[in-house]
Design a protein around this ligand. Structure first.
Ligand code: HEC
Ligand code: HEC
Length: 305
């Protein structure tokens, strides 16, 4: 076939151009419509909730959340507490935690009764840190109780939703030092990455309740005051990680760990504390004056001299 047949539909240059344009644009339009169709159709099953899973993956490991202490308290639901705290271990059964939704793992525990479960959640049990490693200022007894009920009921219990405390009631009875709970998590949580998550969750939870303007007001305080301020800041902020060596922090009193750091000049070490380094947040996540942060460094360094 060397010649176009007589009945060929394209006879003028205009028709040729139109045909070429249509030849490109129709497939492109079909592709766009297909893409829209594929994106909009409802998908279910693991891994399909793209937005949520991406958000989860790009979420920062550590977040310091600064609150207005006078704001009226809004209690988190059991599900929210579970997702924020307990899921670090209970979602997958890390460190032997009864797994969320695993009725056979929960049945023997549920049969102990709600009061025992709540007591153990507040005070810790084996590898389970007290309050999941959180601080009572951050998660009240009521919220921990809600999380217990949320997990237990999901696994077959029929516990009633705990009663909300009256406004102004003291938040906590089963309080325990956050660092103690956190070090429990650090010492015992299982695989490397979930271990990190649990540590991070506990450290962050401990941090979230750090009083932000807690330290001494004057930056040019006397040296006795500076030592005081350093100790106070350490106790309020730095020990959340440094007491137990969370997230790889050089542990308080651990000469070997600190000797490595103190090979650098003190200025460098101060600088790391002031501006952050790796998992070490800037000023430990506080907004204390520089002088207090340096004093807290001195306090830790003096403990290994
Ligand atoms: C660092 C890991 C970790 C975190 C975080 C954690 N748990 Fe646990 N949890 C455990 C482990 C491990 C056990 C099993 C303890 C045992 O039986 O020795 C457990 C057991 C429990 C039990 C059963 C106690 C019993 O009487 O048998 C409850 C209830 C519970 N956790 C509630 C919570 C709640 C509520 C949170 C969140 C506020 C939480 N957990 C966060 C690790 C964790
Ligand atoms: C959230 C956990 C966390 C808190 C809170 C925290 N640190 Fe750290 N800190 C770390 C970690 C992790 C490292 C190790 C960082 C690295 O080497 O990558 C570290 C390292 C340091 C170092 C050694 C830096 C060096 O290598 O020379 C100093 C000094 C220090 N922190 C001071 C402080 C002070 C002071 C505070 C309180 C105001 C504080 N940190 C609070 C986690 C923390």
């Amino acid at each position: 076939m060397s010649e176009a047949p007589h009945g060929a539909p394209i006879k003028t240059p205009g028709q040729l151009i139109a045909a070429v344009i249509a030849g490109f644009s129709i497939p492109v339009a079909i592709i766009i419509l297909l893409a829209v169709y594929v994106n909009n159709s409802t998908r279910t099953g693991a891994g399909t909730d793209l937005e949520a899973s991406v958000k989860e993956r790009i979420a920062p490991v550590a977040q310091v959340d600064i609150r207005d202490a006078n704001a009226p308290r809004v209690y988190k639901t059991g599900e929210e507490v579970f997702k924020a705290v307990c899921s670090a271990c209970h979602a997958t059964g890390t460190a032997g935690a009864p797994k969320f939704g695993d009725a056979s793992a929960w049945a023997p525990r549920i049969s102990e009764g709600y009061d025992t479960l709540l007591y153990n959640a507040l005070n810790g049990k084996g590898a389970m840190p007290a309050r999941g490693g959180t601080n009572p200022d951050d998660y009240s007894d009521f919220e921990i109780a809600r999380a217990v009920v949320y997990m237990a009921n999901d696994a077959g219990a029929k516990f009633a939703e705990p009663a909300q405390p009256a406004p102004g009631a003291t938040a906590s009875a089963g309080a325990s030092a956050p660092a103690a709970g956190a070090s429990g998590a650090a010492a015992t949580a299982g695989g490397a990455s979930s271990n990190e998550n649990a540590q991070a969750a506990a450290a962050v939870a401990a941090l979230a309740s750090v009083p932000q303007a807690a330290s001494a007001p004057a930056a040019g305080a006397q040296s006795a005051d500076a030592a005081q301020a350093g100790k106070a800041l350490y106790e309020q902020v730095c020990q959340a990680c440094h007491a137990a060596g969370m997230l790889g922090a050089p542990k308080f009193g651990d000469k070997a760990a600190w000797a490595l750091r103190l090979k650098d000049s003190m200025d460098t070490v101060y600088n790391y504390a002031l501006h952050g380094k790796g998992a070490m947040p800037l000023k430990g996540g506080s907004n204390a004056p520089d002088a207090d942060v340096k004093a807290a460094v001195d306090y830790m360094v003096n403990a290994v001299k």
